[in-house]
Design a protein around this ligand. Structure first.
Ligand code: SAM
Ligand code: SF4
Length: 361
């Protein structure tokens, strides 16, 4: 395949012959230099998750180690650099931007970043994922700055379980943040929950009841092998198991009509229409075939998959002297080289060196 040279910097994995392994079903052809961001399997990319920091005020066991080495400030993209990357991505067809981390609310210039991104024409959906700890006081500034939607992580309603899972305290602050988001008038707020056997599986019904009472969408994410500890597949509670538990309690979950085929969640509602449920079955029902997502790490590396072993550095082609062409080329090349799937269920799976908090969830 003839394609412009890609500069993949700083990845210890560059020497591993991955491309051959991952590309076995890739159709031959040259990377297009015009048109949408398309990969070699024909998937058009519309969505970018932007990590604002790898730091976090929690230490969720499934996400990161207790002791993490964080990026120092000078390695983080500035707000202006983030704006530059997003603007070029939008010019290439991205229209869905999610701010994440680490914990994005730790970023002091967060409201300015949202303000800046909110002015980029072509963004259809500007959202943010947070653990909610610092949300209460930031809800209104974020809404005024132009944020469209919030996703708040909530794995439990019990403080002891919260501190066991997150190695920190603060459930009451998360709940205050959720209430504040509602009071401020945020629409379409979602809750994310990761359920682990023996830890919070008894929370499935209480969390769903909470979502129903507050008319929120609760999404259950299957635990993925992207944390610091060795992944225990047996500890994962599958989407199907969760669905059965919910249906035993409230009756059949009815699939939402007109689901976005590129959204990771399969969405359902209950017959009484109180609350909604999303099942993100990345492990038991991978949605790689419909994936339209890219990720930008806080230090400016573009990743074409959460489980990618290679990254494309964007940072060194940012700045006033750049005409944007090199940046566009790197976007295109990264997307073109995307693997067919994440391989979690195959013997070929290799866990990326970065854990979730350092990639951007
Ligand atoms: N700190 C913010 C938060 O917790 O919402 C944003 C970043 S966090 C990495 C984004 C989402 O990734 C969270 O909802 C979290 O539950 C999820 N997550 C983290 N590690 C995961 C794993 N190993 N498997 C599945 N989901 C995970
Ligand atoms: Fe922090 Fe979010 Fe990871 Fe929990 S899931 S440790 S809140 S980044």
């Amino acid at each position: 395949m003839a394609a412009p040279t890609l500069r993949q910097l700083d990845s210890p994995f560059q020497k591993i012959p991955l491309i051959q392994r991952r590309w076995t079903n890739s159709p031959a052809g040259a990377m297009p230099l015009v048109g949408p961001l398309i990969d070699s399997f024909g998937r058009i990319h519309k969505s970018l998750r932007v990590s604002l920091t790898d730091r976090c005020n929690l230490r969720c066991t499934y996400c990161m180690p207790e002791e993490a080495a964080f990026l120092s400030g000078e390695h983080l993209l500035t707000g202006r650099q983030i704006g530059e990357v997003v603007e070029v991505g939008v010019a290439l067809g991205l229209d869905k931007i999610r701010l994440t981390g680490g914990e994005p609310l730790l970023r002091k210039d967060l409201v300015d970043i949202v303000n800046q991104l909110g002015q980029i024409k072509g963004i259809r959906d500007l959202s943010l994922t947070t653990n909610g700890i610092l949300l209460k006081d930031l809800v209104r500034p974020l809404l005024l700055a132009g944020l469209n939607r919030l996703t708040i992580s909530l794995d439990t309603l019990i403080e002891n379980t919260f501190s066991r899972l997150s190695r920190r305290q603060g459930l009451d602050r998360v709940l205050e943040g959720i209430a504040a988001a509602k009071d401020a008038g945020f629409q379409g707020t979602k809750l994310n929950a990761v359920i682990l056997k023996g830890i919070n599986e008894t929370e499935i019904i209480p969390l769903a009841a909470f979502a129903r009472e507050n008319n929120l969408t609760l999404r259950f994410i299957e635990s993925m092998p992207i944390g610091a500890d060795p992944w225990d597949r047996q500890a994962m509670v599958s989407g199907q198991e969760i669905k059965k538990i919910l249906e035993d309690m409230w009756g059949p979950l009815i699939p939402e009509p007109n689901q976005n085929p590129h959204a990771p969640a399969m969405d359902f509602h209950f017959a009484d229409r109180l609350g909604r449920i999303g099942l993100i079955m990345s492990v038991t029902r991978p949605f790689c075939g419909q994936c339209d997502r890219l990720r930008l790490t806080a230090d400016g590396k573009l990743r074409n998959c959460l489980f990618s072993l290679q990254e494309t550095d964007l940072r060194d082609c940012l700045g006033s002297s750049s005409d944007g062409n090199e940046l566009k080329l790197r976007f295109r090349q990264s997307v073109w080289e995307k693997w067919e799937g994440h391989e979690i269920n195959s013997a070929r799976f290799l866990k990326p060196e970065r854990t979730m908090h350092a990639i951007g969830g």
